[in-house]
Write a protein that binds this ligand. Structure first.
Ligand code: HEC
Length: 126
């Protein structure tokens, strides 16, 4: 505490050119994590949670059961119609599904991590 106060005083006196002293640059934890090739491309549980939160008002997100909003196909059936990997691009660019009906599917733009997780979840039904 005393040392810190002294240092701040010195910095203040010296005109404080560098507001952050940063004596040593520790390797940032995030790039290190990304550099490591993950054995799984995505986290199925995170993908399921994402779908639960964002899609389940219309789409069935579980392994069984009908969609709450009938025109929306259960997410477990998407892989039957689409190449799941191909959906990644649609999700990244913002999936937009135009259709007639009272409920429009909102436009979603997912982060790469959310896409990986969602795809892992969709693939779990294959
Ligand atoms: C407000 C309701 C609603 C929400 C929320 C919603 N959807 Fe949809 N979605 C629909 C409807 C309705 C359709 C069917 C559109 C049609 O074919 O006319 C659809 C279709 C789709 C399709 C195309 C299916 C096909 O067979 O062509 C995909 C893929 C899809 N949704 C993914 C998602 C994902 C992923 C989420 C969550 C991130 C989501 N949707 C959230 C209503 C919704």
């Amino acid at each position: 505490m005393k040392y810190l106060a002294a240092m701040l005083a010195v910095l203040a006196l010296s005109g404080c050119q560098t507001p952050e002293p940063a004596p040593e640059t520790a390797p940032a934890p995030q790039p290190a994590r990304q550099a490591m090739p993950a054995p799984e491309p995505g986290d199925v549980n995170a993908g399921r949670a994402f779908a639960q939160k964002n899609c389940s008002t219309c789409h069935a997100v579980a392994a069984t059961g009908a969609s709450p909003y009938a025109p929306a196909p259960p997410l477990r059936t998407l892989h039957e119609k689409y190449d799941v990997e191909g959906l990644a691009e649609a999700f990244a660019e913002g999936i937009l599904v135009g259709h007639k009906g009272p409920k429009q599917m909102p436009e979603f733009v997912l982060t790469p991590e959310e896409i990986d997780d969602l795809l892992a979840y969709l693939k779990s039904f294959e």
